[in-house]
Design a protein around this ligand. Structure first.
Ligand SMILES: [Cu+2]
Length: 316
């Protein structure tokens, strides 16, 4: 794990043993449903940031003019309920199930399970919990019953694209994601403007208090929040900032965009990890100020954690 990974947000599997997902086995539904999707008009925007509060090593800058064709994007992150429908239909097995474990944040790991779970040395707030997957987010005995309208978590990039294929959709490119997340605003820090709170109220689900031990939950949530929490951005998208990281289609590179085409960019042709955007309920300014709309991180395609989910896009 390099320095880039030593943040609150992303933690990766180090033993890659799963074979690539066989997408031929995932049959697409006949009807592509565009309900709860928003048509984002084609246009040009300023992508990235040169702001010093950012993480230059993540490749947030330089700011560049990017053109994007119109596309649809989900209003909300994919929920547990939606993912359950996909599983009922396809009997798809997620990466977390194939490995038999997934990464869970320490505060959600029961003491008994902590004793028998591996901690991640550089980021000891992450435990590799046996039996943790989307349906049992904290391992054996946990359920999503009270969280059907929360974003599905413990979803790898492989899992996300399998869902997309079933739904007749696709993942957004990073440029599409950021264009949609900015909600029509120009170079603002957050999807709603430059101030984190509005009239003292939080606009997103992130960490308050001292990371990683004391989450004051001033925003109302310690873990995930329902996907329709808080005010949507100018395009009507909910929770693009905070709550869960969202997978994008592109391979990650901190430098590729510096010399790339800026019309419908879709990232490098290969790589070792995929872009994630938006930050999560674990992000905190002191530690990992990645809930800004220009922020970016990445993870390997078979990694899954309790703070990574996704939303789908589709061609117009
Ligand atoms: Cu973070």
């Amino acid at each position: 794990m390099g320095e880039k990974k030593a943040n609150c947000c992303s933690v990766s599997r180090d033993n890659h043993k799963s074979s690539p997902v066989d997408l031929k086995k995932v049959v697409s539904k006949a009807i592509i449903r565009k309900e709860n999707m928003i048509l984002i008009p084609s246009g040009e925007f300023l992508m990235g940031t040169d702001d010093q509060i950012g993480f230059p090593n993540d490749g947030e800058g330089p700011v560049r003019h990017v053109k994007v064709d119109s596309f649809y994007i989900d209003t909300y992150a994919v929920t547990n309920e939606q993912f359950a429908e996909f599983i009922r239909d396809t009997h798809y097995i997620t990466d977390a199930e194939r490995y038999g474990w997934s990464f869970v944040f320490h505060m959600f790991v029961p003491e008994g399970i902590k004793k028998v779970s591996k901690q991640v040395p550089q980021t000891p707030w992450w435990y590799a919990v046996e039996g943790a997957y989307w349906k049992c987010p904290e391992g054996e005995g946990s359920t999503i019953e009270a969280r059907l309208d929360h974003p599905v978590i413990h979803i790898s990039w492989n899992d996300a694209i399998a869902y997309c294929q079933w739904a007749g959709k696709r993942l957004p490119t990073e440029a599409e994601w950021e264009y949609a997340a900015r909600g029509g605003l120009n170079q603002k820090i957050y999807p709603w403007g430059n101030k984190l709170t509005y009239k003292g109220k939080y606009q997103c689900n992130i960490w308050q208090g001292e990371f990683p031990i004391d989450n004051k939950a001033t925003d109302g949530y310690v873990g995930t929040a329902p996907v329709n929490t808080f005010t949507p951005n100018g395009y009507g998208l909910y929770n693009v900032s905070g709550n869960v990281w969202e997978w994008c289609r592109d391979w990650f590179s901190p430098t590729h965009h510096m010399n790339a085409n800026h019309i419908n960019p879709n990232g490098p042709s290969s790589g070792t990890s995929k872009v994630i955007k938006g930050g999560s309920y674990l992000c905190h300014k002191s530690y990992c100020n990645r809930y800004r709309v220009a922020a970016r991180s990445s993870n390997t395609i078979d990694s899954s954690t309790g703070n990574m989910g996704f939303r789908c896009a589709a061609d117009e």
